[in-house]
Design a protein around this ligand. Structure first.
Ligand SMILES: [Mg+2]
Length: 128
């Protein structure tokens, strides 16, 4: 099992499964949650530094979730995945601390590249 763990949060199980499979095949270990509460609970027990969040989640939306996580884990790298992003949402995304955002339907290669970049960057900062 890889020590490079990714957290995927989406309320659509089909997307969670697709992302899981994608990252597992790329050699990553994957954790997932269908909502923000479960994601936060999971992060209490496990160290995960790279995450992909759907923006449109029940109760805690992806933007609030990112904001919370960046506050307690400022070194984490979080990407947004969204079906429909308004310009307003994009500025919110930046303010909340998202690294970047990707539109659904997601491009698998783009997501893997984003994960690779995130782990590389995380390693670099850790060495300093
Ligand atoms: Mg959703």
């Amino acid at each position: 099992m890889s020590d490079k763990k990714i957290l995927v949060v989406d309320d659509e199980i089909s997307i969670v499964n697709l992302l899981k499979l994608t990252f597992l095949r790329a050699g990553y270990d994957v954790r997932s949650a269908l909502n923000g509460e479960d994601a936060l609970a999971l992060l209490q027990n496990e160290k995960i530094h790279v995450m992909f969040f759907d923006l449109n989640l029940p109760t805690i939306n992806g933007i609030e979730l990112c904001r919370k996580i960046k506050k307690s884990m400022p070194m984490s790298i979080v990407y947004a995945i969204t079906g429909y992003a308004s310009l307003f949402e994009l500025s919110d995304c930046r303010e909340a601390g998202f690294e970047d955002y990707f539109k659904k339907p997601v491009n698998i290669k783009t997501l893997i590249k984003a994960a690779d970049d995130a782990f590389e960057r995380h390693e670099r900062w850790r060495k300093k």
